[in-house]
Write a protein that binds this ligand. Structure first.
Ligand SMILES: *Cc1c(COP(=O)(O)O)cnc(C)c1O
Length: 452
């Protein structure tokens, strides 16, 4: 190993505190340090290539070093790299807003920029609260939100307040506001002990009960449409999302959909809510919006909500929220270039045969002795490992089955990241058919080696 590489590894272990990482274990192992990327591959400092099996945490869309995006960023650097959006504007922010307005679900005509998924969610929550307060000033403020068990909306405290993953969120309960939690539409482990479709989507009826019991105090329902990501790539039963929309409309509360993970083609549609023709009142987007190049987020909403924030300066109806790097021109330029690729390549349409291939390649995982559930929507899959398929008994988390699988996969040339006992596959949309087959082979063999 070269001196430089050894130095990088030493310093990484010595100074960097990695997110969602037990550092006591991390510093005892040899770190993996990425230096370059190329299409579906990541390349480490020693020159070893790995398939990027989780799109660098669910963001990479058209592959690494995609020429058009590289060039768009470079061209923008030569004009300006940052200028504020507070009270003034910039060219890429305007052009991206126009592009988004043409693809967003019906009614979403206003875009508020920020720079990561958690902030897009914070903004959604604050807009909801302030909307009701300013629209109906004589009524008591609506301070409640409804969210789902297994939901994940980010790590800042507002986002944690509407989070439903105890492992990440329970610890912070003393710091956060209380939300109503509705059952997760998680058919494999139905909280109501029912099975789809005979259940008639009873979890949606539970959601309705919770909402209708306190609707005057509830600002909004927030959920991840179609797939609960960090909760374990839990794919909704058909009809749930539509019912959730109907419940919100009927009970006159807002619906926030968090498309941070599922937006921009991941599920095989541009936005996941298109699967059920649902249009939310507020939609949060981030991760793939720049094709996975730069941090950027958007919270989109309706003219109706926007109008509640209009007034004379001294009425103080302004939305008092804004991040320093809001609407950053480089990030917006990357997002424009990414959306151009979607358009020019008719990407969503062309993706469909790849999704069919993905689905068929996942079939054989169902026969694995310890694969309890294999879930997939579009280019997202979750393989839930269990210690007993009949009883669905999970492997104890201490066994770190997910991590053991990804360690083997890494040796075999693929980078994955598990969610507890769920092995996640979310390759870049641009992955070739042969790379996809290879990724699934590596994953299959890694699971087999660990469990058998
Ligand atoms: C990743 C994620 C977030 C948080 O985004 P960050 O950019 O990590 O803050 C929010 N919601 C969902 C659904 C996500 O998957």
């Amino acid at each position: 190993m070269t001196d430089r590489n050894k130095h990088l590894e030493d310093i990484d272990r010595k100074i960097i505190w990695h997110p969602f990482t037990q550092m006591k274990e991390y510093i005892e192992e040899k770190p993996l340090i990425i230096e370059r990327g190329e299409g579906s591959y990541l390349i480490d400092i020693n020159g070893k290539k790995y398939l990027d099996g989780v799109a660098s945490l669910w963001v990479t869309t058209h592959g690494h070093r995609r020429l058009e995006i590289d060039e768009a960023i470079i061209a923008q650097v030569k004009k300006i790299s940052h200028s504020t959006l507070l009270g003034i504007s910039n060219v890429p922010a305007v052009e991206l807003a126009e592009k988004l307005s043409k693809i967003l679900p019906a009614g979403l005509e206003k875009v508020f920029y920020s720079d990561n998924g958690s902030t897009a969610v914070e903004i959604s929550l604050k807009i909801s609260f302030q909307y009701w307060k300013q629209k109906y000033p004589s009524l008591p403020p609506r301070t409640k939100f409804v969210c789902l068990n297994n939901g994940y909306h980010g790590d800042t405290l507002g986002a944690v307040s509407v989070g439903g993953i105890d492992l990440f969120h329970e610890l912070y309960r003393p710091l956060i506001f209380q939300s109503y939690k509705a059952p997760s539409p998680y058919c494999y482990r139905c909280e109501l002990g029912l099975s789809y479709p005979d259940c008639g989507i009873a979890c949606a009826d539970e959601l309705e009960k919770i909402i209708s019991a306190d609707r005057e105090n509830i600002a909004a329902l927030i959920l991840e449409p179609m797939v609960q990501g960090a909760g374990g790539m839990i794919v909704f039963p058909q009809g749930y999302l539509k019912k959730a929309r109907e419940i919100c409309t009927k009970n006159k509360i807002l619906m926030i959909t968090d498309e941070v993970a599922v937006g921009f083609g991941r599920t095989g549609k541009m936005f996941a809510c298109e699967h059920e023709n649902v249009a939310p009142d507020i939609m949060a987007m981030s991760k793939s919006i720049t094709g996975g190049y730069l941090p950027l987020a958007v919270t989109a909403t309706t003219p109706e909500i926007f109008s509640a924030f209009l007034g004379g300066y001294a009425e103080f109806k302004t939305f008092f929220h804004g991040h320093t790097y809001t609407g950053n021109p480089l990030a917006c330029a990357a997002a424009i270039a990414s959306l151009d690729i979607f358009e020019r390549e008719k990407l969503i349409e062309k993706l469909q045969p790849k999704i069919d291939l993905f689905k068929s390649l996942l079939e054989r995982f169902k026969k694995l002795q310890y694969a309890g559930d294999v879930r997939q929507l579009g280019m997202i899959a979750g393989i839930e490992l269990v210690s007993d398929k009949k009883t669905k008994e999970p492997f104890p988390l201490e066994m770190k089955m997910g991590y053991r699988v990804i360690d083997i996969a890494r040796e075999k040339g693929a980078i994955l990241r598990p969610l507890g006992n769920v092995i996640v596959l979310m390759p870049p949309l641009s992955i070739s058919e042969s790379e996809l087959a290879q990724l699934l082979d590596i994953t299959f063999n890694s699971i087999k080696e660990v469990t058998e």
